[in-house]
Design a protein around this ligand. Structure first.
Ligand code: ADP
Ligand code: ADP
Length: 230
């Protein structure tokens, strides 16, 4: 069974703006998908549906066996399985790196402080940022902040990771350190949906590249076919 399955999903903003049109998308466990397409084509909305940050009006969406609908419990369950990384890191500036991972039970779960910190430290080590645990986000570079955001999402022990233009806010010299961490996750078998313009990343790790336009998936290809098909 696919780990993510969209069947004829439609979403409108208000009454007339049709942002997702008949989305059919099946993602196997461990599959890495890169989503590209023009600005405003619905890429971000599509991946935000997967962890129920967006609602849809028609169709069916099943994530790791859980059918997303109006069921608040389903939404809660799905959010605990799906980690998400945003363009703007979304770290709390007044909390240290460690506190960003441990202060809300949303990420590490409800654990005693020491265990929560151990779990967080493991994920910080995984993205090679453990030595910055006591610092505040604004004392770090953009690339380091984004790796903290990835570590925070990994604290969920997620089944799926969503990336929404994770390198678009970074200075060019910091893009690689974030992509390297994403490539490692891919190699570890993580199911990933990535909205990105980084075609080098797509070539290196994507199983498929999806092209969206005006709310529709207009193409789904192997990276090789995609890049040889202008
Ligand atoms: P992409 O990620 O491809 O740039 P988005 O999914 O962010 O596209 O947005 C798709 C379209 O939906 C855009 O035209 C955007 O302006 C519109 N949109 C996004 N959020 C809202 C909202 N809350 N209300 C109305 N329109 C929205
Ligand atoms: P709300 O839905 O009212 O915004 P939540 O507690 O569900 O409140 O989420 C707060 C914010 O945390 C969201 O807007 C989103 O930015 C982020 N978020 C929620 N779930 C996840 C997740 N699974 N992975 C990453 N970020 C998440």
């Amino acid at each position: 069974d696919p780990i993510i399955s969209f069947e004829k999903v439609n979403k409108w903003y208000g009454n007339d703006f049709h942002v997702l049109r008949d989305i059919d998308l099946s993602v196997a466990q461990g599959e890495r998908i890169v989503i590209c397409g023009p600005s405003g084509s619905g890429k971000s909305t599509l991946i935000r549906c997967v962890n129920a940050l967006e609602e849809y009006q028609e169709g069916r969406l099943v994530v790791d066996g859980i059918e997303l609908g109006d069921d608040v419990k389903a939404i809660d369950q799905v959010r605990r399985k799906v980690g998400m990384v945003f363009q703007q890191f979304n770290l709390f500036p007044h909390l240290t790196v460690m506190e960003n991972l441990t202060l809300s039970p949303m990420w590490v779960g409800k654990l005693p402080k020491k265990q929560a910190e151990e779990k967080a430290m493991q994920q910080l080590e995984r993205v090679r940022i453990a030595e910055q645990a006591a610092k505040y986000p604004l004392q770090l570079s953009g690339g380091q902040q984004q790796r903290v955001a990835i570590a925070r999402a990994l604290c969920l022990t997620p089944r799926i990771m969503l990336f929404d233009e994770p390198t678009s806010a970074l200075d060019p010299e910091m893009i690689k350190e974030v992509l390297d961490v994403m490539i490692e996750l891919a190699e570890q078998g993580m199911t990933m949906l990535c909205v990105t313009h980084e075609m080098g990343f797509a070539k290196a790790v994507a199983d498929s590249v999806i092209f969206m336009d005006q709310g529709q998936i207009v193409e789904r290809n192997k990276p090789h076919d995609f890049f040889n098909n202008p």
